[in-house]
Design a binder for this molecule. Sequence first.
Ligand code: PEP
Length: 252
Amino acid sequence: MRKKIVAGNWKMNKDYVGAQQLLTQLLSYTNNNPLPCEVHIAPPSLYAMMAKDLLENGKVTVLTQDVSEHNQGAYTGEISVEMLKSIGVQGSLVGHSERRQFHGETDAHCAVKVKKLLEAGLTPIYCNGETLEQRKSGAHFDVVKNQTEVALFGLSAEEIKKVIIAYEPVWAIGTGETASPEQAQEIHAHIRQLLSQKYGNDVAQEISILYGGSVKPENAKEIFSQKDIDGGLIGGAALKIEDFSKIIEAFG
Ligand code: PEP
């Protein structure tokens, strides 16, 4: 059974006080409302410990936005899987398009990160998606296929069942432009078919595939109602509790 998930990616936003306020609002909202789906957040790593402490025993899963592909040692600025695990963080985004664009992350890096997270018992949310040029040239199906194969298809069936995939067309991230529900559904179905061909339909039917790219309270319901869309990875709209909560309720 595929889990329904709304995950918030805070990116590099909020100072300490702002982060504390948003976490407190999130705690109050999630404690006082029935949740129609799992709720995950990925604040900046600096606030992960505070998020874990504030949300302790709550219903929100705390992730980070990235993790190192290395175990430990001379990797200045990096944070390892074991460090995340030691403070109770439950997983990490991997391969967000901004990591790919600004930090040279490739699917080969993603494959290592995904594997390390799984070995530590943590959850990867693996992000993929095509650029505007790739979509315009009609290459989007192949691009997503290649990304998925390189980053994930070295995993066993048992491992891949624990991965969450987020399809995020780069042209829709932070631009206000959203893929139409049909455009998103078509790629989600494509990814699920790839999973099915490689691992069998039973496995493919257990993997949650989220859509990301300018999801807002106004469009969430229609996007989430698509057959192969199991929720959303939310950037800008995750920074305001009014918007994030409405997106969560889009499942209701
Ligand atoms: C994201 O950062 O993953 C994202 C989808 O951002 P936004 O919702 O702002 O487009």
